[in-house]
Design a protein. Structure first.
Length: 331
């Protein structure tokens, strides 16, 4: 499966860590009758999944009868295969990934959305900022060539000719920007800008979601069969997840500290985790989640996603999303 969006970002996260944590983590089962469930994460352990760590640490899942294992993702651990095979009940993905998998016949449904706003951003130095898409004209942007459809979508949405922007192929690293090789970078709001801030480099980010780029990220996927055959387990898993993320929202510093504590071999920098945890809040919590609850989505947000996914070459319908499990969670 072609996955152009996050591979270079993932390379950065991999190489910036001192080591890897265990591939799967679970607290000991409190009782023999707990149901074992594997939850497949999209990447290496970090506060990106802080709400799940809280759910585990606080026993929210065990209280609901589940013994949950958090399976770490990675360059050789894609999300989709274990979910398709049933090895994992739920996986963390993104709408563009899921759309690509469904095009190839995977029976996936998006059942909840953690990141209400896509984390893709244009990062620049504060002395030469990119504050809006029009500021990209005449600039050199450092990015993976594979992400050109992402930039093209942003340009299309904002009436900009992509040919007026010079694309410079770069590794996923802030160095080309800091050294002046490029004027800006295409990256995630929660990683390269965080790395620069921790190093004392003043930077500015323009969140692409603020300019029409609507692609649900950190989404929860399950198979159609699981929705039918294992619905009660799905509801319990999401209930615990919701409780964990609600706690995260109340104290992001505690969530960052927990991630560092739980995965001491993952090379997580406490200061960077703390900043990342705070920066995730406006991406994951909104007026919509305040009204309906964490993970919620509507026909309107789905329609926006379908439009942007079309610009990325992914033709999907609203059937890709299924809110029935969330509706039971909040019943």
């Amino acid at each position: 499966m072609i996955k152009p969006v996050h591979l270079t970002r993932r390379f950065f996260l991999q190489t910036s860590a001192a080591g890897f944590a265990a591939s799967a983590t679970a607290l000991p089962a409190l009782a023999a009758n707990l149901q074992p469930v594997t939850f497949q994460l999209s990447w290496l352990h970090s506060v990106q999944f802080g709400g799940s760590y809280i759910a585990m640490k606080n026993g929210y899942w065990s209280d609901l009868g589940l013994d949950v294992s958090l399976a770490q993702g990675g360059p050789n651990a894609p999300v989709e295969p274990p979910v398709v095979s049933g090895t994992a009940l739920v996986g963390i993905s993104a709408a563009d990934y899921t759309a690509a998998a469904v095009e190839q016949g995977a029976p996936f449904k998006i059942i909840a959305v953690a990141m209400q706003r896509n984390p893709f951003a244009i990062a620049s130095l504060s002395g030469n900022p990119v504050n809006e898409p029009a500021d990209l004209i005449g600039k050199k942007i450092g990015m993976a060539v594979a992400n050109t459809p992402v930039l093209q979508a942003l340009c299309t949405l904002n009436g900009i000719d992509i040919n007026q922007i010079e694309i410079v192929p770069t590794q996923y690293d802030p160095a080309p920007l800091v050294s002046g090789q490029v004027d800006c970078l295409l990256c995630w709001e929660t990683d390269l800008p965080v790395a620069m801030t921790v190093q004392g480099v003043e930077n500015t980010t323009m969140l692409m979601a603020d300019y029409g780029y609507a692609v649900h990220s950190q989404t929860y996927i399950a198979t159609e069969e699981s929705l039918t055959e294992r619905r009660d387990t799905l509801v319990s898993l999401l209930k615990g997840e919701v409780m964990g993320w609600n706690d995260y929202y109340k104290d992001t510093d505690a969530a960052a500290a927990l991630a560092v504590e739980m995965f001491p071999d993952a090379g997580l920098d406490p200061e960077a985790q703390k900043l990342q945890a705070a920066r995730q809040v406006p991406l994951m919590f909104s007026d919509l989640t305040a009204e309906h609850g964490f993970g919620w989505f509507t026909q309107d947000t789905v329609a926006e996603n379908i439009e942007t996914l079309g610009l990325l070459g992914r033709q999907v319908t609203a059937d890709l999303w299924d809110r029935s499990v969330l509706e039971e969670v909040y019943g």
